[in-house]
Ligand binder design. Structure first.
Ligand code: UDP
Ligand code: MG
Length: 314
């Protein structure tokens, strides 16, 4: 098997068949052997029915269906586990990422054996200025504080050689942040620009809140810098408190009306606030250790349809 396409799907009934048809058309006579590994991530619409219908009429489609919505990260992981191709590509179901780009990625891996992975990054962002600004800031911060490198604008849309996929699936952490995992396993990754298309149908599942939670995942998953930050902040505050004391004594000596109470209350609030923030940060790390300690599965499969089984039955 030359290529596996891992496709996470959550409520994609409007677009999934289109994706399948379009990819087949683009790959025709260009890719010798490939498989689709669709992961139905607990969709509440007719996605699973459509996938089953596609599975019925094809001989290269696998469908993993989760028992509930576990999130895109879990869906990608499940897909990577079931993919058997020499090359494996993670691609969204909504045709925002064109199958033509997969051909381009394959050409690079075919022609340059030193490259292990081709990752696409968004050449031009088609999102709002605010979101784009926040995302850029996030990458800058991450690269500054984390030991693994994050390429700005890189998505999960990438083609990997088997040896890299094998390493990625060995990482079985519960809280997953693929951009970090891909970077963590190393290997030689080439970044190519691609143009994100408009969603063919349906709507995006990402809200600002979800993106924020995802960003926290990235930070807490890949660096313990925030924990160190509290030590520095604490030291800084001790110095500041000392300076304030000197300042209050001097002003108090010349101006008896100096309203010390207000200053004291402000300081108390500030210190209280900072303490709560760092308690929260410690909590985030603790929560991860706690969840990992439970050793819960990353996803639970309800149904798995594969083409190999059918061939054996024949
Ligand atoms: N997705 C998923 N589980 C989720 C959310 C999304 O499998 O809980 C899939 C979704 O079906 C799509 C891909 O992840 O194939 C990217 O999602 P979406 O298009 O909503 O994200 P965007 O392109 O807006 O970043
Ligand atoms: Mg999308």
């Amino acid at each position: 098997m030359k290529l596996s396409l891992v496709v996470p799907c959550y409520n994609e009934e409007d677009v999934i068949y289109n994706f399948y048809k379009e990819t087949k058309r683009v790959f025709e006579n260009k890719v010798e052997s490939y498989e689709f590994v669709f992961v139905n991530d607990g969709s509440k619409d007719k996605t699973l029915e459509t996938l089953k219908a596609i599975h019925k009429v094809s001989d290269n489609v696998k469908v993993i269906s989760f028992s509930r919505n576990f999130g895109k990260e879990a869906a990608m992981y499940a897909g990577l586990c079931k993919a058997v191709g020499d090359y494996t590509c993670v691609i969204d179901a909504d045709l925002q990422q064109r199958p033509e780009v997969v051909l381009e990625m394959m050409n690079i891996l075919d022609s340059d054996s030193s490259v292990d992975c081709v990752a696409a990054y968004q050449a031009e962002r088609k999102e709002g200025k605010g979101v784009s600004f926040l995302k850029k800031g996030f990458y800058k911060l991450m690269n500054f504080i984390s030991e693994v490198e994050f390429y700005p604008g890189a998505s999960d849309f990438r083609l990997m050689r088997r040896k890299m996929v094998d390493e990625v699936v060995k990482l079985t952490e519960y809280h997953r942040f693929s951009k970090g995992l891909f970077s963590f396993v190393g290997f030689n990754t080439k970044f190519i620009p691609y143009e994100v298309q408009q969603r063919a149908a349906g709507e995006s599942k990402w809200s600002i809140t979800k993106l924020f939670i995802y960003a926290v995942e990235g930070i807490v998953g890949y660096t313990t810098a925030p924990l160190k930050l509290s030590t520095f902040a604490g030291l800084g505050m001790i110095v500041a408190a000392f300076l304030y004391l000197v300042f209050a004594l001097i002003i108090g000596a010349v101006n008896a009306d100096f309203s010390e109470n207000i200053a004291v209350i402000t300081l108390l609030l500030l210190i209280g606030g900072i303490q709560l923030v760092f308690l929260g940060i410690i909590g985030e790390y603790l929560a991860r250790a706690y969840m990992q300690g439970k050793n819960r599965p990353i996803y639970i499969t309800k149904e798995f349809l594969t083409y190999e089984e059918e061939k054996e039955e024949e």
